[in-house]
Design a protein around this ligand. Structure first.
Ligand code: NAD
Length: 440
């Protein structure tokens, strides 16, 4: 089967490579020429574990090609996945400009029956909008189907998630499209992946409901962590005590500086906006957004606790991406943290294993360090902003010697407070009793 995937970002490139791995012939399309040129020469535009090897293998075996020619890709394909960005438009709603662009291009190149599938996260009703756009702009009355197949992969584990998803959601009113998409995903039947087959608008809603719920868990545990901070309880034990209850589950109960990334902030804002447009308020989701907006301001106050007046002092920041194993810095808490610290007139030395290149493009007056120890050298406080595994294994004794003062603010709770005390750090984390050696 020939398929086209439009948009070669975190979702499109992974989708294209994984379908090629399933044995499909995949044309990945992007409108950015430089990106396509790089992909053709084997250069990845993003960091995603396991992706480069998979792309290389499938290109070599002739199942995966890259192009900017959307019209040709549409003409040759039975299924067209739309995997372009749907960023916030300023009011919180999803901006569908790119989705419309692709739908129009599909309409103009519709030469025989096709299934047009949204993989991008799109507001409920987008499938109907695409159907109308294609009907109004196709050159002749060629049949086509519209479907929704939302994507649930996690950046940093995207290939694994795509190849072994918890579920596949397919939304379409058309039995022919449903059969084609089930066929496309047939390799996943081997792993007994559950399929949710529903209509387009419901599939679109599943994605928003899922992300809103995951964001809710994060804001919930952050509120519990903030309360733990006030009363001296340990949020790790609270989360474990809660999470062992099967009805609750232990995942997404990790406190920190709040959620970021390209999905949760925009998807919670979009679903709240969709509800308001219907005259209904999603009060839980709105509260989740409010709690998240305040969380950085709350936890960053710990820097003052260990470093005193921050003006003119230096912070060493470990981590720039919104989570480990990705170079994605969109809405990343560390970037917002840097803005706050710079507002306090602090100097910043930052290190991230893969996200320094994109960060350089948007940050000013930041010294990018060679490694964690280089970042720490001469700094007044060390801040753990992203929980990369390699930060867990640092030589803390060496770090202490490099820092001007032994102050650590661990916003991801990767160190043990008792160990930090033993080493003589002034240590703060989130929702666990901090250790202040000056107070004994
Ligand atoms: P991205 O910004 O990384 O990639 C989007 C790509 O689409 C870009 O390369 C852009 O150049 C390309 N594009 C835009 N308009 C185009 C056009 N007209 N023709 C060809 N290419 C075009 O975005 P992403 O993170 O991959 O997200 C894509 C969608 O998937 C979004 O709706 C997002 O909400 C959703 N999603 C993202 C994730 C994630 O973890 N990133 C997970 C699930 C769903």
């Amino acid at each position: 089967m020939n398929i086209a995937v439009v948009g070669t970002g975190y979702v499109g490139l992974v989708t294209g490579a994984c379908f090629a791995e399933f044995g499909m012939h995949v044309t990945c399309v992007d409108k950015i020429e430089e990106k396509v040129r790089d992909l053709k020469t084997g250069r990845m535009p993003i960091y995603e574990p396991g992706l480069e090897e998979m792309v290389e293998r499938n290109v070599k075996q002739g199942r995966l090609v890259f192009t900017t020619d959307l019209a040709a890709a549409v003409e040759q394909s039975l299924v067209i996945f739309i995997a372009v960005g749907t960023p916030p438009d300023g009011t919180g709603a999803a901006d569908l400009t790119f989705v419309r662009e692709v739908a129009l291009a599909v309409a103009r190149s519709l030469n025989e029956y096709k299934v047009v599938v949204t993989k991008s996260t799109v507001p409920m009703g987008t499938g109907s909008m695409i159907r109308k756009l294609i009907e109004e702009n196709r050159k002749s009355p060629v049949a086509f189907s519209v479907a929704s197949n939302p994507e649930f992969l996690r950046e940093g584990a995207a290939v694994e998630d795509f190849m072994r998803p918890n579920r596949v959601v397919i939304g379409t009113e058309d039995p022919q499209a449903s059969a084609i998409l089930k066929d496309l995903y047939r390799p996943l039947y081997l792993f007994e992946t559950p399929f949710v087959i529903t209509d387009v608008v419901t599939a679109e809603m599943v994605k928003y409901a899922s992300n809103a719920f995951l964001a809710t868990k994060i804001s919930f545990i952050n509120e519990m962590a903030n309360l733990c901070d006030l009363i001296g309880a340990d949020v790790h034990d609270v989360a474990r005590g809660m999470g062992l209850d099967n009805r609750i589950g232990g995942k997404f109960l990790h406190p920190g500086p709040g959620f970021g990334g390209s999905c949760f902030p925009k998807d919670t804002a979009a679903v709240a906006q969709i509800a308001r447009n219907q005259g209904y308020r999603l009060r839980i989701v709105e509260a989740v957004i409010d709690v998240n907006d305040e969380q950085i301001g709350r936890v960053i106050g710990k820097v003052r606790e260990v470093a005193g007046d921050p003006k003119g002092k230096t912070a060493a920041l470990l981590g720039l991406s919104f989570k480990p194993n990705t170079d994605d810095i969109r809405e990343a808490p560390p970037i917002r943290i840097i803005e706050v610290l710079q507002g306090w007139e602090m100097k910043i030395r930052a290190y991230d294993p893969v996200a320094m290149e994109p960060a350089r493009k948007i940050l000013k007056d930041v010294t990018f360090a060679k490694n964690e120890y280089d970042a720490a050298e001469g700094a007044d406080v060390l801040i753990v902003a992203t929980e990369w595994n390699q930060f867990r294994q640092l030589d803390l004794g060496r770090l202490k010697k490099l820092l001007k003062r032994p102050a650590v603010v661990d916003l991801r709770n990767i160190y043990e407070p008792s160990e930090m005390k033993r080493l003589g750090f002034n240590y703060r984390c989130v929702g666990r009793p901090g250790i202040d050696v000056s107070k004994g």
